[in-house]
Ligand binder design. Sequence first.
Ligand code: 2P0
Length: 327
Amino acid sequence: DLPAEPGAEATARAHPNIALVKYWGKADTAQNLPATGSLSMTLDIFPTTTTVRLDGALPADRVVLNAAERTGVVADRVVRLLDEVRALAGSSIRAHVTSINTVPSAAGLASSASGFAALATAAASAYGLDLDARALSRLARRGSGSAARSIVPRFAVWHAGTDAQSFAEEVAAPDLAMVVATVDAREKSVSSRDAMKRTVLTSPFYPAWVDSTAQSLEAALAACRDGDAERLGRITETNALRMHAVIQSCDPPIRYLSPTSVALFDRAAELRADGIAAYATADAGPNVVLLCAADAAETVRDRVADLAEAVVARPGPGAMLLPASER
Ligand code: 2P0
């Protein structure tokens, strides 16, 4: 590794990912280790681009997201990740972090995955660390769990286990696409982080969620190996509904799905009845993502357009450093 030079700068880009088998619950909050592994597709739309510039004159890190200076919880999470990078680099130099997130606020997709994947990639480079993809994935994980998967192109499996074991890596999968259906772009009422904590502490079903998700991940990876898109789709939809079931079983309960979300799950079933293999999933909010064969994506988009604004996403690139000419 090179010594961190004051004035060093790097820019990285990363995309959001949508899990087919979900991460919901931590085994360790300090190291951000998941209770189970998960499987996702990195999207080719809505990138986050982040620049980290070292500045020996700065008394503290500065965080600017979408042109607004951030303090408080958001900045604290960024500073914590920079502290990890500085510890690895043996540096105490502070940094300017500038990030542009292109997820239209109307899409309502979480940006923490693309955000922390881009931040980890840019910060490691700016501080002169030469990390491989596994080490970058582990670093991104510490910022936000799902960010471990946005380091990886196309389809990613993120392993549970110890700090050393818990990184994401690419896995071969059938030729799939997703349709992102935006039901409601408003800020969610309970953050993923808080809702996960409440699930672990209060849901009587949490142990069953952990056991069944570990089994679903094994079954999903077997479906990937077999190239069986429909089996993978069934596992995806079942796992999503199980996650929402365990979330609804908290005390006090949390419900992320709205009536329109449920209508979109019903629409997926109608599409299947018409011979189009579409399967629905949803994260910690009312938006629904439909998984389908790559060549059915436009049809699926058009068949849900009366319920929600819908866009096609295809398997996208992993996190990347951008040369100065492309910033
Ligand atoms: C997932 N989600 O697998 C699941 C499904 C949301 C629903 O990962 O606390 O923002 O930062 O590690 O990664 C969202 O949780 O949580 C998430 P932290 P994160 O995509």
